[in-house]
Design a protein around this ligand. Structure first.
Ligand code: C2O
Ligand code: CU
Ligand code: CU
Length: 465
């Protein structure tokens, strides 16, 4: 782990390290954790739920006592949660009431090109677009976010981001904590100036040192002495989190990006790079009422008194807890043997060169170029390497959930062995991924999800025919 921390003390970014001197001071654990509203369908039929979302600019109280201008889905920061069901179609009409083009991508979803929210497939200001999600995939923690080319990174930073929780009947039967005991935790960072405005500087990892959960800085959450299920997303542009509980006790990870793990995995830490999700359970019955547990973050960049903590759980009285976390959660299908092998190298200009380009296999993104031609129905083995000397990257594929076979020649931990669509690569690391392309055909992107990097060109196109 020492190596990891060393590496991460040199983050991506060309901005000079600075303390966020202008930012208003925020006392940690002073605001309660909000929970994003669940969006109600305006119509439900036997097969389909219909939703409307308006993208607009509003102002919000993020820092106590200040107003911050943000971009929102339906006026909320982060956006409302859509609760969809596997096997039921969700039709989401997105109205763009902003003054710039947007595109709405369902991250982790398996959708045809026309409904994937491509970079160039944007919604003009004043227009709307109806996305249809068939939800033909198991329950998972998915994410809707903006994907308009070259603008996605600032749009997501300013708030075009919301959870999409896909549930299914098999998962319901497990009897895990639900209702008020199943809580989204959307983590991210940001930089604020002395007026409370959010500051966006492309690829500035150093100055985004205010840590937020569900849109508020360093919140606290009152919990009862029982089990809670947390649906966690790292929606940061660049920040990686390595999270642990302040008393050192383990959490129980039950799911990753694309759904449940085969079995609960004890998790002393949770590692989440931008775009990754963790579904996990904490049993607060093991703590005396009055215990305060801090969710700590073990890596930078930033002053440890700011970025070293995330939120606090304030444990209350023990209560009856009928929920369970069964030993078997799901079965993962055996994968077909790969018949095609490819390699991908992630690289970007190092800060000292002053360059501002990022590359996959030596090329920056070109919307008109097809980088990878794939025959429909094949299973492939992709070897992905982070060639940067100091900068972490990750690798995200649209359309498919993959499996990580190994990292640097070693099998991955159980928490990483389930369905994934985003995988973290520290500098110099190599992962082997297995992917099967047996759903939609067409042109889809894959990219680094340190989203400032994809805006700088670390993105490419695959074509499935
Ligand atoms: Cu989360 Cu191409 O995106
Ligand atoms: Cu995606
Ligand atoms: Cu990157």
């Amino acid at each position: 782990a020492g190596g990891v921390f060393q590496t991460l003390s040199t983050p991506s970014g060309t901005a000079k390290a600075a303390t966020a001197a202008g930012a208003p001071a925020v006392t940690p654990f002073a605001v309660p954790l909000p929970v994003p509203k669940v969006l109600k369908p305006y119509l439900r039929t036997g097969t389909t739920d219909f939703y409307t979302v308006t993208m607009s600019r509003t102002s919000h109280e993020i820092l106590p006592g200040r107003r911050t201008d943000v971009l929102t889905y339906n006026g909320s920061f982060p956006g409302p949660t859509i609760r969809a069901r596997s096997g039921r179609t969700a039709v989401v009409k997105q109205i763009n009431a902003l003054e710039m083009p947007t595109s709405v991508h369902l991250h982790g979803g398996n959708n045809p090109v026309a409904h994937d929210g491509g970079m160039m497939d944007t919604i003009a200001p004043g227009r709307s677009r109806t996305y249809v999600y068939a939800n033909k995939q198991p329950g998972a923690t998915l994410w809707t976010h903006d994907h308009a080319h070259h603008m996605e990174s600032e749009h997501v930073y300013r708030g075009l981001s919301g959870l999409y929780l896909l549930g299914d009947a098999a998962e319901d039967r497990l009897g895990m904590p639900s209702g008020a005991y199943e809580v989204p935790l959307i983590l991210r960072d940001a930089q604020f100036d002395d007026t409370g405005a959010m500051v966006y500087t492309m690829d500035d990892a150093f100055n985004r040192t205010t840590i937020m959960v569900n849109g508020r800085p360093w919140p606290y959450m009152k919990v009862q002495g029982r089990k809670y299920r947390f649906r966690m997303l790292n929606s940061s542009n660049l920040r990686i989190f390595i999270l642990r509980l302040s008393d050192g006790s383990q959490m129980t990870q039950i799911g990753s990006d694309g759904g449940l793990l085969p079995a609960p995995a004890p998790a002393p830490v949770l590692v989440l790079s931008p775009g990754e999700r963790a579904d996990f359970v904490i049993d607060f019955a093991q703590y005396a009422p009055g215990t305060q547990l801090v969710l700590e973050n073990l890596i930078g960049p930033g002053p440890v008194e700011q970025v070293g903590k995330v939120m606090r759980f304030d444990v209350g009285e023990k209560v009856a807890d009928p929920s369970r976390v069964p030993d078997v959660l799901t079965t993962l299908p055996a994968l077909a043997k790969p018949t095609v092998e490819r390699t991908f190298e992630l690289q970007m200009d190092e800060p000292e060169t002053g360059g501002h380009q990022a590359y996959i296999n030596g090329k920056t993104f070109d919307a008109k170029r097809i980088d990878t031609e794939i025959r429909w129905g094949t299973t492939e083995l992709w070897t992905v390497t982070n060639k940067s000397a100091t900068i972490p990257h990750n690798f995200h594929t649209h359309l498919v959930q993959f499996r990580i076979l190994e990292r640097d020649g070693q099998p991955v931990y159980p928490a990483e062995a389930g369905w994934k669509d985003t995988v973290l690569l520290f500098p110099g690391q190599t992962v082997k991924l297995q992917l099967t392309f047996d759903s939609h055909r067409g042109v889809f992107p894959y990219h680094c999800h340190m989203i400032d990097h994809s805006a700088m060109g670390m993105m490419a196109h695959m074509k499935i025919t």
